[in-house]
Design a protein around this ligand. Structure first.
Ligand SMILES: NC(=O)c1ccc[n+]([C@@H]2O[C@H](COP(=O)([O-])OP(=O)(O)OC[C@H]3O[C@@H](n4cnc5c(N)ncnc54)[C@H](O)[C@@H]3O)[C@@H](O)[C@H]2O)c1
Length: 272
């Protein structure tokens, strides 16, 4: 308890799933939370529960992000922690894409031989949206956060930026060129920014979750037994498995950690 006392944290995509659980644990640890999401009503409900505030904004919109951080600077007077969590699977609301993905995951290499390469069906608009939300959103929010952290000053704990990667940022999967590339870009960005910001007392780290049960992975429930069987720890993760990693990276316990990727994934993938 109180590991984040006195800190103000902004969590993007914080209305549900991993972001909401991170906001919950941060608030329990004494942080004041600002919950961002595209879905303002859900963000407000989450913020209200935690005694924080909500801001509706699309992180892929540079001007909207600038205005969101201006609002944080004027209303909060400080920003200590940014969690770049907002993300998409790219298959939201698209039943046929979800079905194709399930089929691909279930097929062995021999069944995939001769199949049409999935990249042929990746539309420009799909590719761009994936990078807009994940990579551009992470860049826009980080740039604005650093401006506030440098202008308004930081406590001895310094500034902390936590970027949401994925095991898919290093593990390639069939049909996942856009998502895997966007997450890989975030991991590279994390390392480079960590170098830049160490002299400014701002730590930058990433979390690369394995398969976690949230609304994002719910459409693939039929595959969960298969994923559980492949996972040495025998289960999918739950949002708290990620939230506690975020609390650690945000706390002084991680004061010598920067440029790192922490990967709670039950042992499904051991090569981060
Ligand atoms: N669930 C998993 O298994 C898993 C695994 C690895 C990585 N991740 C990553 O973790 C993050 C959170 O995933 P989740 O499972 O909680 O997903 P989720 O779909 O449950 O929640 C994502 C939230 O982000 C918001 N959002 C989406 N686009 C946005 C935008 N442009 N601007 C602001 N908010 C936006 C959504 O409205 C939603 O509330 C994502 O970056 C995801 O890629 C998830």
């Amino acid at each position: 308890m109180n590991r984040l006392q006195g800190a103000t944290a902004l969590i993007t995509g914080g209305a549900r799933g991993l972001g909401a659980q991170i906001a919950r644990r941060f608030a329990e640890e004494g942080a004041r939370v600002v919950v961002n999401d595209l879905n303002l009503d859900a963000a407000e409900a989450c913020a209200e529960e935690l005694g924080g505030t909500a801001i509706g904004c699309d992180v892929s919109d540079s001007q909207a992000v600038h205005e969101m951080f201006e609002l944080v600077a004027s209303s909060e007077g400080r920003l200590d922690i940014l969690v770049n969590n907002a993300g998409i699977s790219g298959m939201e609301g698209d039943d046929s894409a979800q079905e194709r993905f399930r089929e691909m995951m279930e097929q062995g290499a021999s069944e995939q031989a001769g199949a049409r390469p999935p990249i042929l069906d990746v539309a420009d608009v799909h590719w761009q949206r994936m990078f807009d939300v994940h990579m551009n959103g992470t860049f826009y929010c980080s740039r604005e956060a650093v401006r506030i952290m440098c202008n308004l000053g930081l406590s001895d704990s310094g500034g902390r930026i936590i970027n949401m990667g994925s095991i898919m940022g290093t593990f390639g999967r069939n049909g996942g060129t856009a998502y895997c590339s966007a997450k890989a870009a975030i991991l590279g960005f994390t390392r480079s920014l960590a170098h830049e910001l160490a002299p400014a007392n701002i730590r930058v780290n990433a979390i690369a979750p394995g398969f976690i049960y949230t609304d994002m992975t719910k459409p693939f429930e039929a595959m969960h037994p298969q994923l559980e069987a492949q996972t040495p720890m025998g289960r999918l993760g739950d949002p708290d498995d990620i939230a506690w990693a975020a609390v650690y990276l945000a706390s002084d316990e991680a004061k010598f950690m920067t440029g790192q990727t922490v990967s709670p994934n039950g042992g499904w993938y051991m090569s981060q």
